[in-house]
Design a protein around this ligand. Sequence first.
Ligand code: ASP
Length: 320
Amino acid sequence: MINRKDFIRSGLFGLIPLSVRNLIPQPKASGPFPVVISTWNTGIRANAAAWEVLSKGGYALDAVETGVKVEEADPKNMSVGYGGRPDREGKVTLDACVMDERGECGSVAFLQDIKHPVSVARKVMTESPHWMLVGEGARQFALDQGFKAENLLTPEAEKAWKNWLKNSEYKPVINIENHDTIGMLAIDEQGRLCGACTTSGAAWKMHGRVGDSPIIGAGLFVDPNVGGATATGLGEEVVKTAGAALIVEFMRQGHDPSVACKMAVERIIERDAANKEGVQVGYIALNKDGAFGGYSILNGFTYAVYNEDGNRVIKSEHLI
Ligand code: ASP
């Protein structure tokens, strides 16, 4: 009889529709599950929503989607979804992606007028033959899928943009006040590890700019046999070192999640050390056994963890 691994290798696996593939049992992981981890202090609220799903035996992908939607809907979060700071033309443009326990993924970038890009990203994964849709194509797809178009520019965000226009100076400085991209990783009771990442990106970016957050391997990566990682901070730096995929590879080599995050942060500095003044990137990682960690370039990065020990914020270790 052909075993699961050989079956996947044979290429026949790819011919099975996703809905049926989801019924095929996965190898079980071991750790203290469920667990959910997400970027920044704001992750605490998102974790609580994700925990509602996880604690009832729910699916990790539902948990991360539910969790990050809390931030997408919050007008006070200036870096995610509704209320996100616009680009320099006053347009709120959103990037998001999801990745599931099979390494399937979906993504949207440069999406306008849709409050929950993470849910559109999930639909790209399940309802389209592609992994990523961008711009007007992503918007049309979302509308076809039943999402409604709405104005995401809050009066506060508009005011901040008009204020910025007075000097129109663009400094890609990432800090705790202006950057709370949410990246979230969760393992459910059955050991299924899934992730999501969603952002409005860098405030006052050029129209059309896409950061790391919707890029699989940069802003988010999940390998069901190893673990997952996700990023916040200056996307241009994360992409140039394939941050999340790099962390997963370091974990594959046997490093703890926090060590793997540290090594990926060091890689950013090594690449171009002369130009790192004020640059912030924060990483979090969760391995398949439920061990987690984080690391950032600069002081000030935090992440939130919810497991059997409760929901709490952890101050990340940092390089500088
Ligand atoms: N990583 C996001 C981006 O570059 C921004 C952030 O995390 O704040 O678009």
